[in-house]
Each structure stands twice: as structure tokens, then as C-alpha cells.
Design a protein around this ligand. Structure first.
Ligand SMILES: C=CC1=C(C)c2cc3[nH]c(cc4nc(cc5[nH]c(cc1n2)c(C)c5CCC(=O)O)C(CCC(=O)O)=C4C)c(C)c3C=C
Ligand SMILES: [Fe+2]
Ligand SMILES: [Fe+2]
Length: 368
């Protein structure tokens, strides 16, 4: 028996039929429901990714399956239940809206033939299913747009891995491009500035602004991950544009996981220290998260608030993420358009040409 081909059978690209370009907005992923089994499934997939947990598999997997999943799934499910929206998980709700709005914004910017979809690295809709869908819709070029403004091996590189996994079973691949970072993109910074200023117009200014980014193990910095540096740059640009001097803001890292040392200063410890120092009002915003999610709505807006108030602070504000803010959608469209512009179009052979080639090959075979 001949070995089975690793490829699926594919129809030829549909020549000249719109749309020929796809944009895939990729975010981290989230459980399908705020229940223990759904969170367990999600965490199992997420925390089994060697990009996320860089511990030798033989040591990590027994710990994950024997301790972490049994203990964490129900605790995390309760946290998810506290932030769940009628339409679903906030991360997914916002990412889906962003994709829809991005479709419109790209159309207005002259990219009418571009089809936008969104996907999740873990959970659904999977990256593979959405790449299949774009290809079936005729996309001969696909721009993979990360929802993370700052590059990290733990997140951005893992999106590339998932696309690579998909490509291994595809014969006629679309051309692929990746947006790895936009931590200092002027449109992104402008949208962040406008979001903070709008909050301050309605609620007045705080004594101190905390810019909280998701943490990663400190070891990744020593090993060459640019994430720490890109967070610093985003924070510097944002604070500068807000006219804050160094004493008025702090960059922190949240969401520590496990026993290893993570990037510091930690958000919660900083909130407690600020309160202890006599800071009465603190505002926290999370520029590295483009959508509100568990980490911003529960860890910051709920747990962070309690930590600050318990330590003696008087007033705590969580400034929402960019979500579906029109300035952000414009920025996202600008980022995508700059990667699409100048991407030369070379349509694959037409179905007619393909049929002729096949006929010719068959005829030559018959002559021999
Ligand atoms: C080793 C663990 C983790 C690393 C490294 C990590 C990096 C990292 N994560 C984000 C963005 C998000 N993380 C979210 C949730 C989340 N993160 C971890 C662990 C690591 N993250 C866990 C276990 C969880 C799940 C929730 C929990 O049980 O605590 C989310 C929110 C997802 C949601 O459904 O709302 C986001 C977003 C970044 C940007 C990052 C590295 C730069
Ligand atoms: Fe995370
Ligand atoms: Fe968290």
C-alpha cells in the first residue's frame, strides 16, 4: 500500500474571484463557557504549549495534569463566571467585533477585496479552521495580524507555530505574512492616549497612573525575548504623550503564574505600595491587552481594586482596553493596510489553464 499523502485534496484557487486576500486577526483564546470542564479543556491546550511553559515536558506534563488542571480549572471558572457577558467571553466578544469593524475600515481604506476573519490560538474558532475558511473563500494571500501589540515568544511566536502546523497539511499554500508587533505604532499610541484622556475628562485625573502589562518569566528576557523592552517603549510613549513625569506613572507586570521569578514590579504589590505611600486615587490601564478579558476585568478591575483599597487607597479606576474604540479600529486598519499595500498580486493559474495543463499531461502520457 502506498503511504497516504499528508495533504488533503484541494480545489484550485478560484482565479480572479473576490476576495483574494485574507486578514486573520489572532488572539489568545478563551474557554467556550465559564464552567470547570470548559476551562479545563482551554487550560489544557494553552498550558501544554511549549512556547507558554518552557519547562521540560517530562517534568511539566505530570504537574499540569496531576496538580494544575485539577486545582486551577474550578477556581478560574468562577473568575470567568464573574466577567462573562451575555454574548460570551469578553475576549472573544471584543475580538469578533474588532474583526467585523476592521472589515469595514479596510473597505473604506480601499481594500474592498479583503476578507477579515478572527481566530483564537487556543479554543475556538481555531487558527486552522479560519485559514481553511479563508482559503476556501479564495484567499491567495493571508495576512496574520496578531492581537498582541508587543512581541513575545510565549504569544506571537506561538501564533506562527499554529499557522505552520496548518501549512503542513496544505498543498497549494496562500502567501503568508505576519504582523509581529506594533508596540510603537503612532495610531495605536494615539488610541491609547485618547482612551485615557476620555476617562480623565469624565472622572478627573488620578494621583498616579499604573500601566499594567501581562507578565512573563524573567528568564525569557535573559534568553532574548524582546517583550520587556517593547512594553517599556509603549509605556514611555504613552506616558510622554499624556504629559506625565516619572513620579506620576509606573509600568507593572501582572498575572504571575507558577513559582519562577516573573518580570517586576508586580501590579498588585505596586498598588499596595502606592496606597501605603498615601496615594489616594490610582488609575490602572492595560495597554498590552487590546481587548478586555479575564486579566483586566477580574484581576485588575476586581482583585486590583480590593488590593488597593485594603492597603488604604481611597479611589480606584480601571480604564478599559481599546476594545471597539473607533480610533483603535482605524489604527488596526492602518497597520493591516501598510502590510497589504505593496504586496504584489500574482494570481495562481486559472482553472482553465489548469484544465489545459492536465489535458496536455494526460495526452503526453497516452502517446508514450
Ligand atoms: C506560563 C503561563 C503564562 C504565560 C507565559 C502567559 C503569557 C501571556 N498571556 C497573555 C495574555 C493573556 N493571558 C490570559 C490568561 C491566562 N494566562 C495564563 C498563563 C500565562 N500567560 C493563564 C493560565 C491564563 C488563564 C486564566 C487563568 O487561569 O489565570 C488572557 C485572558 C484570556 C481570557 O480568556 O480572558 C490573556 C489575554 C500575554 C499577552 C502573555 C505574554 C506576553
Ligand atoms: Fe496569559
Ligand atoms: Fe490572571
Amino acid at each position: 500500500m502506498p503511504a497516504a499523502l499528508p495533504y488533503q485534496t484541494e480545489p484550485p484557487f478560484t482565479h480572479g474571484q473576490a476576495p483574494s486576500t485574507g486578514v486573520l486577526l489572532c488572539n489568545l483564546g478563551t474557554p467556550d463557557a465559564p464552567t470547570t470542564p470548559a476551562v479545563r479543556r482551554y487550560l489544557r491546550e494553552f498550558l501544554s504549549d511549549p512556547r507558554v511553559v518552557e519547562i521540560p515536558r517530562a517534568a511539566w506534563l505530570p504537574l499540569l495534569h496531576g496538580v494544575i488542571l485539577p486545582l486551577r480549572s474550578s477556581k478560574s471558572a468562577a473568575k470567568y463566571a464573574s466577567i462573562w457577558m451575555t454574548e460570551g467571553s469578553p475576549l472573544k466578544v471584543w475580538t469578533e467585533r474588532q474583526a467585523k469593524l476592521l472589515q469595514g475600515a479596510l473597505g473604506e481604506a480601499g481594500h474592498q477585496r479583503v476578507k477579515v476573519r478572527y481566530a483564537m490560538r487556543y479554543g475556538s474558532p481555531s487558527i486552522a479552521s479560519q485559514l481553511d475558511a479563508l482559503k476556501a473563500e479564495g484567499a491567495t494571500r493571508i495576512l496574520v495580524l496578531s492581537a498582541y501589540p508587543q512581541y513575545s515568544g510565549t504569544t506571537t511566536a506561538s501564533l506562527v507555530d499554529a499557522v505552520g502546523e496548518w501549512s503542513r497539511r496544505v498543498r497549494h499554500l496562500p502567501e503568508l505574512r505576519f504582523v509581529h508587533r506594533y508596540h510603537d505604532d503612532p495610531g495605536y499610541i494615539d488610541a491609547l492616549v485618547a482612551g485615557v484622556q476620555a476617562h480623565w475628562r469624565s472622572h478627573g485625573k488620578p494621583d498616579h497612573l499604573v500601566l499594567s502589562f501581562h507578565g512573563v518569566p524573567e528568564r525569557t528576557l535573559q534568553l532574548g525575548d524582546p517583550y520587556h523592552c517593547e512594553c517599556q517603549k509603549t509605556a514611555r510613549l504613552l506616558a510622554g504623550r499624556l504629559g506625565l513625569d516619572a513620579s506620576q506613572w509606573t509600568l507593572t507586570f501582572q498575572s504571575r503564574f507558577g513559582r519562577a521569578k516573573w518580570l517586576e514590579p508586580a501590579t498588585e504589590a505596586t498598588l499596595r505600595a502606592l496606597a501605603a505611600k498615601g496615594v489616594r486615587r490610582v488609575d490602572v490601564t492595560c495597554p498590552g491587552f487590546t481587548s478586555d478579558c479575564l486579566e483586566t476585568l477580574e484581576e485588575i478591575a476586581q482583585e486590583g481594586r480590593v488590593a488597593f483599597l485594603q492597603a488604604g487607597g481611597k479611589d480606584f479606576h480601571h480604564i478599559p482596553c481599546l476594545n471597539a474604540d473607533p480610533a483603535w479600529i482605524r489604527a488596526l486598519a492602518g497597520i493591516a493596510a501598510r502590510h497589504l499595500d505593496g504586496w504584489p498580486t500574482r494570481e495562481p493559474v486559472s482553472p482553465q489553464d489548469l484544465a489545459q495543463s492536465r489535458e496536455r499531461a494526460t495526452a503526453m502520457g497516452a502517446e508514450r
